[in-house]
Design a protein around this ligand. Structure first.
Ligand code: IMP
Ligand code: MG
Length: 175
């Protein structure tokens, strides 16, 4: 059985942080040819909010990755199951995800996007579960640092549920 234990970030708190990140991005990338790449499925809600708060022109695309092996193993195999359709060569790319945990997914996708020859490449994450990081990933734009807790909502799931919650919550499992 799974149930919501507490709300970690409510809608107002998230909206304020998203505006902050979007403001920084809009300033840093003014005059540049920018593409936001969201990592499916978790990034859909964050992407939708973030892009609407960005005041400069940006292109968007999505990538989907699947990982095989134990999710806590740093060496697990990550493959792209849906690649981007945009030519990012010579463009300024921001890879967007809602939560980073070990960092292996983001690390692998940054490598794969780098191979496509962007002018620059940085990562944007709303939540950083820093205590569990195993991969060395530079996060140019980061919303919140969170402890090692399992969260759901705002696009993030537990067994494909709870993605539609407008807030981020900690769930309690097996009790
Ligand atoms: P990483 O490769 O270990 O950084 O895993 C990142 C991915 O794991 C995220 O994009 C989420 O899909 C998933 N994930 C990590 N932490 C959580 C969580 O607390 N709840 C739900 N999904 C999570
Ligand atoms: Mg998931």
């Amino acid at each position: 059985m799974i149930e919501i234990r507490e709300i970690l970030f409510n809608e107002q708190t998230i909206a304020k942080k998203v505006r902050e990140l979007a403001g920084r991005i809009s300033g840093d990338y003014a005059g540049k040819d920018v593409v936001l790449i969201g990592i499916l499925k978790g990034a859909v809600v964050f992407m939708a909010d973030l892009m609407r708060c960005i005041s400069i022109p940006v292109g968007i695309d999505f990538v989907r990755a699947a990982s095989y092996g134990v999710s806590t193993e740093p060496s697990r195999n990550i493959v792209i199951t849906k690649d981007i359709e945009t030519d990012i060569k010579g463009r300024h790319v921001l890879l967007v995800d809602t939560i980073i945990d070990t960092g292996e997914t983001l690390h692998c996708l940054l490598d794969k996007m780098k191979a496509k020859g962007p002018a620059s490449l940085e990562a944007v994450v709303l939540m950083d579960k820093k205590p569990r990081r195993t991969a060395d990933v530079r996060l140019a734009y980061k919303g919140f640092e969170i402890p090692d807790v399992f969260v759901v909502g705002y696009g993030v799931d537990c067994a494909e549920q709870y993605r539609n919650l407008p807030y981020v919550a900690v769930i309690k499992t097996g009790e």
